[in-house]
Design a binder for this molecule. Structure first.
Ligand code: ATP
Length: 345
């Protein structure tokens, strides 16, 4: 049995808005799950239902074998980490970090060890006797994260905890969160709309859209093998190229690829790194933008089949208006249904 199970979980807000539409998810003990999706897709609502801060309209939440759907938050033993986690201004950093460990049944000695461990992990040991007002904002944020991580409940629930930080600090604290999670084995649900964060942190990514789960899989599964066009476009920066195709007698135009699909329209998906410049290739395009990104360039092309993006080595500069021929890696072309966008092959 999985450690955390969401079964047909639904949330309809009092105004009638159907924010979560019957989702199923099984999470193993110690897994790091990232809920990823655009704003408004129901990530926070799902997390808040697991925390007990929002009542489920229908469905069941099971935690460690028990039905917790109707339990109060305090009865679930989950830790919620928000973006802003205020520090007590009248308490020292040490006292702020000790605070969440009160009433946990841990001996004083163990509590001190926990605080020392988390302070070391966050690089704030030298600040333990200071007061929050004496510290710059960056250190305060580090310590507020420490307050959340110092306790190890049955679940960590994190809602964009690094959302407001600059990118250097995000990366640094991302590492701390993952290291602490691995060290203590706390099963974690983490909400973000930042796919880089999702890719680097997750054991499995759950892609959500309009209150449903589109796909749950490892980062490489959702990237390499998206279940539908939504996931293909949402994951990846830029997302997967989409080319309208037509299958006739086992051959798919406009790429001329053999496919084992019935005759008719199909949508082809190709990641930018699997398109290559080739004057003899089946596609032609005109350069509209050449984005230099240091380690590579993204070349945006207008083609008869629509706008395509090709990832090239950094040295391969093009000018707007240049004509370019393209070929694709046949092994990396995916096929989707034009109607509901589900993956066909
Ligand atoms: P974001 O990244 O913007 O926080 P999200 O995926 O976490 O997005 P939710 O916060 O779960 O999305 O919200 C899902 C939908 O439910 C949104 O359209 C939101 O406007 C709506 N919603 C949230 N709270 C309420 C409420 N109390 N009453 C009515 N609708 C709500």
């Amino acid at each position: 049995m999985s450690f955390l199970a969401l079964e047909r979980l639904e949330k309809r807000y009092p105004d009638g808005f159907h924010a979560v539409r019957g989702i199923d998810l099984a999470v193993e003990r110690g897994e790091f799950i990232v809920l990823l999706g655009p704003s408004g897709c129901g990530k926070t609502t799902t997390l808040r239902m697991v925390a007990g801060l929002e009542e489920a309209t229908a469905g069941t939440i099971r935690l460690d074998g028990g039905d917790v759907t109707r339990l109060r938050p305090s009865q679930r033993d989950v830790g919620m980490v928000f973006q802003f986690y205020a520090l007590y201004p009248h308490l020292s950093v040490r006292a702020n970090l000790l605070f969440p460990l009160e009433n946990t049944g841990l001996a004083k000695m163990q509590r001190e060890v926990r605080v020392d461990d988390i302070a070391a992990a966050l690089g704030v040991t030298h600040l333990l006797e200071r007061f929050p007002r004496q510290l710059p904002g960056g250190d305060q944020q580090r310590i507020s994260l420490g307050r959340a991580l110092v306790r190890q409940p049955r679940l960590w629930l994190m809602d964009e905890p690094l959302g407001t930080l600059d990118s250097d600090r995000r990366e640094e604290l991302r590492e701390v969160i993952r290291a602490q999670q691995l060290q203590h084995g706390v099963t974690t649900l983490y909400v973000t709309h930042d796919q880089e964060e999702a890719m680097t942190l997750a054991d499995r990514i759950v892609v959500m859209d309009q209150g449903v789960i589109r796909q749950a899989g490892t980062p490489s599964e959702v990237y390499e093998s998206p279940a539908d066009l939504f996931t293909a476009a949402f994951v990846g920066s830029p997302g997967m190229n989409r080319i309208d195709g037509l299958v006739t007698g086992g051959v798919c135009a406009p790429l001329g690829l053999p496919v084992a699909l019935p005759d008719g329209p199909v949508v082809l998906g190709v990641r930018p790194e699997y398109l290559h410049p080739d004057d003899a290739g089946p596609l032609r395009g005109v350069v509209v933008m050449d984005e230099y990104l240091g380690a590579w360039r993204n070349l945006h092309l207008d083609c008869p089949c629509g706008r395509l993006v090709m990832r090239l080595p950094p040295g391969a500069a093009h000018r707007p208006g240049d004509a370019v021929g393209l070929r694709v890696d046949p092994a990396h072309v995916l096929c989707f249904a034009p109607g509901d966008g589900r993956r066909l092959a």
